[in-house]
Structure formats: structure tokens, C-alpha cells
Design a protein. Sequence first.
Length: 368
Amino acid sequence: MPWSAEDPALLTPGPLTTRIETRRAMLRDWGSRDRAFIALTAELRQRLLAVAGAEASHVAIPLQGSGTFIVEAAIATLLPPSGKLLVLANGSYGERMIAIATRLDRSVEALRWPEDRPVEPERVDAALAADPAITHVALVHCETTSGILNPFEAVAAVVARHGRPLILDAMSSFGALPIDLSTTPATAVLASSNKGLEGVPGLGFALVERQAIAAAKGNSPSTSLDLHDQWRGFEGNGQWRFTPPVQVVAALVEALRLLEAEGGPAARLRRYQDNFDTLAAGMVRMGFRLFLDPAVQAPIIATFHPLDDPRVTFEPFYEALAARGFLIYPGKLTRADSFRIGCIGALDRNDFQALLVAIEDTLSEMRR
């Protein structure tokens, strides 16, 4: 479709461009205690489990708020006050987990890697062997600071061999990158409505092993972020404990139906990969360099070095693209100037070809 400043393509890791069917689902008002909405919530929970092959082992616990809300809720609920969390960090979202655990007064240790290096399972193995006090491990699947893909399956195998629970932040990977909890052990998988599932912002969710959530009673110091109590509420009467974002729930259910119709996560991944390939080829042709090695790059968000051209600076570049209907993201790296372009959302190759034309036009304009 033709994008404009008034109706732009969101080339970010979320919020992102959604389909018209998803937005239309928000036009209805719902009573949060009504039978129809209770049934909608049940469908939401079932579909979330199905995306990850987790129906037999996990429960789905949606929660109002952004992805950070569900991360904080999961750490507060699953990590007891006497526990110790090992966070595997190579970007801002791993660092945020460390900050959350610290604020919650939980014991936390960090294993860190540079932003362009994936987590190494052998270092995780050594850390767990060396410290029996570690009770839980946390990993970010796709670290959108850079777009790097961390080796979830390999890390999960190491953590399981040591008998520790794994908490996986799958914010930008869930719904596209492979996550099969019937074959890969993870105690909890956390994500949100407004990324790979292509819903709208306002809802996070945790897929948690039944025995883990059942054992978590009383851990959380929070009333509203207690996932155990939220789960007991759903199991008891199918209702949310506190007023839910009813239109966001309706939009996410519709987005999950659309994901199924598209062919599931494998089909969505193919579209995102094609988006990324189209973008990367065009940007390299214009002289831009990707920050990451292709071997560790996820097709979720691409981080680029700026051009070595004093006429092309980020703010005017951003504003010119926004005026043409394309919103990109500034960089989030700590050690290099960069900017980011998301490859997810209800976009396809045609949209990225139009973006590349807009970038070429912008560069020509800035170099005059």
C-alpha cells in the first residue's frame, strides 16, 4: 500500500504495522465479565499455547501491560526470595532483567557478552557447574538491541542438564522463530502482543510449566504482577483479576487467527526473512554495513552502521523518511553509532522495496 506521514509503515521492533482485520477487531466493546469475553480469553490462552507446542505442559497467563511488565511479573513470581538468577546478557533487554531482579531485591548474577556476540552455551555450563546457588537462568532469545539471535535450544539443553529452570524472553521471536516447548525445555516463555504476533500494544503473556506456577504461590511482592494469582483467577472462573484491555485481547485473538491462516510461525518466518533479505541487499548496495555477522543475525530487526558521509546524519535522515511514510528506529548499541530497521509486522517485500526507494531519494536529497 502507499505509505504516508499520516499513515506510516512502522519499521520498528514494536509497536508495528498491523493488518486491517486486527484493527477492526477493536471496534467492539466487551464486558469483561461477560460470557463472550470469557470465551475470547479462553481462546487466547489456547492459541498462545498452540503456537509453542505447549498445550500438554504449560499454562498461558496473559497480563495487562507491555513486555517489560510480563518480564518483571515472571521474575517476581517464579524466583523465590531465596533464589538466585543468572542472566545471560548481550544487550539492553538482558540488562533490563538484571535491573528488574535487583529492584526486586533478588540475588542476581550476570554473564555478559559483547552486543555482536551470541551467548555461548559452554560458558553457561561452566557457570552453573561452579555455582550451585543459582536457581534460575534467564535468556533473551532475539536481542533487539542489535538483532542478534541467541542459541535458545543449546542453552536450554545445558540449563536442563543442570536441573535449573529457564526463563526465556521471546518478545520479538515468538510467533516467527522456532519455539517448540514439546521438544525444548523451558520453564517459562515470555512475549507480548505487539511484535511477531502482529497484535497491538497493551498485553504481555507468560507460558509457564504447570508445576512451576503451582509452586510459586506467595513469591511475588506485587499484587497486580503476581502471575500465580493471575493464573488461579483464570483457572477458577476464566476471568481477569483486574480490568483487562478488552479491545487489545480481541485484536490479539484475531491476529492469532491470521497467524494460523498464514501457515503458522514457519510461514511468518519466511516472510520476515524475505523482508530482511530484500532490505539488506538494498542497503548494502547503497553503501550501508550491517552491524552483525549474517551467521548470528535474526530476520527481526537489522542494525546498520551510519554512512561515512558528514552530509548524512541520523535526525534529518529519520525525519525525511518519516515524511515519506517510513518510521525507523535509532540505534541502541552502547559501543557504536547505529540505527535500526525492523523487518516484522504486516509488511512484505513490496513495502521494503518502497522503503529502499525512499532511502535512495533521501540520500540524494541530503547530498545536494
